[in-house]
Design a protein around this ligand. Structure first.
Ligand SMILES: [Cu+2]
Ligand SMILES: [Zn+2]
Length: 251
């Protein structure tokens, strides 16, 4: 009796193994990320992840060239993948993720109005969202205003060559997001510590880097840091005082 049970259970285990694992399925996942390096150079990274049971294998392919070249190569690649997918449809599972375009530009902030305020400002655009990150040194401790002004011209000693606040929607000056209106350049205020260092990050989908929409496009504008605080109400520019640092947002 015992022997029969043993044999039966062996048979069951054997059946379970063969049923669960007819031929190991390989899952294939593809992700494409596009990165703009400069205006004439784009880099696309294709990562293909093969998962067979516990095993994961990754293949990385990098394509670099002009936007046209890279797009053409990606098109060819995608057609290939679709063909393969047709042939091995039941054995593999494929997911083509959205292409992500990451744009990144960076500028130096230079002292104006006989200040020592310098630093850097960086803009990153990904999936319709632009993030600004600015680091400034040489400020007087306390609150300072930061705005986008209308012209990428920092040539004058007082920074006034950059013009007024960038205001493509012709609204009053104010706090960002305010119902009574705000300029597209009204980033607001940040604090410098006792060593004169300050930093700010700011994110919005109301900006873009080099798109067609002139109510959103940052290129050709300037970043200005002020000696004083933006009161977020005085017209037309928040009474923030002298312009102590300037960066042109030039392509
Ligand atoms: Cu300003
Ligand atoms: Zn303003």
């Amino acid at each position: 009796m015992k022997k029969t049970y043993f044999l039966l259970s062996l048979l069951c285990v054997g059946l379970m193994i063969s049923c669960a694992d007819p031929k190991k399925e390989t899952h294939k996942e593809i992700s494409i990320e596009k990165k703009k390096i400069n205006d004439s150079l784009v880099q696309a990274t294709i990562v293909t992840k093969y998962t067979t049971g516990e095993k994961v294998k990754e293949e990385v392919q990098i394509i670099e060239g002009t936007p046209g070249e890279v797009n053409a190569q990606l098109d060819t690649y995608k057609k290939q993948v679709l063909q393969e997918q047709g042939e091995v449809a039941h054995a593999s599972h494929e997911k083509m993720q959205d292409e992500k375009m990451i744009k990144k530009i960076q500028f130096n902030l230079n002292p104006k109005s006989e200040s020592n305020a310098n630093g850097m400002v960086m803009f990153t655009e990904t999936e319709g969202q632009v993030t600004l990150e600015a680091h400034i040194n040489g400020l007087t401790p306390g609150t300072h205003a930061i705005h986008v002004h209308e012209k990428a011209d920092c040539s004058s000693p007082d920074g006034k060559s950059a013009g007024g606040h960038w205001n493509p929607t012709f609204t009053p000056h104010g706090k960002w997001g305010s119902e009574t209106g705000f300029h597209r350049g009204d980033i607001g205020n940040f604090t410098a510590d006792e060593t004169g260092h300050g930093m700010i990050t700011f994110s919005t989908d109301l900006w873009c880097i080099g798109c067609e929409d002139e109510t959103k496009n940052l290129l050709g504008k300037a970043i200005i840091i002020h000696q004083g605080e933006d009161d977020l109400s005085s017209q037309p520019s928040g009474a923030a005082g002298a312009r102590v640092s300037c960066a042109g947002i030039i392509q």
